[in-house]
Write a protein that binds this ligand. Sequence first.
Ligand SMILES: C[S@@+](CC[C@H](N)C(=O)[O-])C[C@H]1O[C@@H](n2cnc3c(N)ncnc32)[C@H](O)[C@@H]1O
Length: 283
Amino acid sequence: MTQAPLPPANLQFDLAREEFVQIAAMLRQETGISLANSKMDLVQGRLARRLRALGLGNFAQYLEIVTDPEAADERRQMVNALTTNLTGFFREAHHFDYLGDTILPEIARTRPAGSSRLRIWSAGCSSGEEPYSIAMTVCAKLPDWQCWDARVLATDIDTNMVATGRAGQYEASRAGTVPESYRKRFLLRLDSGTVQVAEVLRDLVAFRQLNLLGAWPMRGRFNVIFCRNVVIYFDKPTQRTLFDRFADILAPGGWLIVGHSETLFRLSDRFEALGRTIYRKTA
Ligand SMILES: C[S@@+](CC[C@H](N)C(=O)[O-])C[C@H]1O[C@@H](n2cnc3c(N)ncnc32)[C@H](O)[C@@H]1O
């Protein structure tokens, strides 16, 4: 039997405005991500790979597949293709300084007698550099951290990112932003081009796929939540709801850290602003 030849790898597909509108509405419904009209080229480019992989000739055929209620897998692939996953070790480094120099010492100082529970959530963790940066900071800065019941929960909607984070292997060039003493202690060189995150960190971090708009199965409160460079893609009502849910799941006095261009101003009155996109729960 002869098979139909695969479309050439550089084949481009035209995306009509109505098709873009339909895809944007689906993405918003599934993830909360709002795509401006200016993102049409981006959607066209990122989904072209899906069309090629499926051997399709145009976006109308793709929409037929992805809107089928049975096509949960392809919708997941679509979401994976359309999320923006830019991240890096110790991105916005002052947040990790604040965690190590102010938050962790305060948690250690004020913990109730007999309690050694520490829970930190990296919500929208992308490929894992953020939660591993948190874990390095905990190991380096929390006195006697091994005596603590410490966990870092790392979640993202993108299943490919969760798998990458769990594997904990990165191109060596990405390790340049890791402080040298941490690099020596926590990153093992596999070969000239790859580093592996040390087991001690991988044991500390639990990766899970989770849609921030859906149900949260976690039990217990968090001391700190990092949700950085995620809500920037959401509209204001979605941000407001999310910040309220973060306040609910934080322990009294817990910290919420957002990205450099994000703010809780006029979106939540349950936090006090400590400066430099660090917030503390007040109610
Ligand atoms: C730009 S990355 C930020 C990564 C990291 N927090 C940082 O600041 O370096 C945004 C991440 O948010 C995730 N994301 C977007 N919408 C989401 C949702 N509804 N639920 C969970 N994660 C989501 C994306 O998949 C992406 O990996």
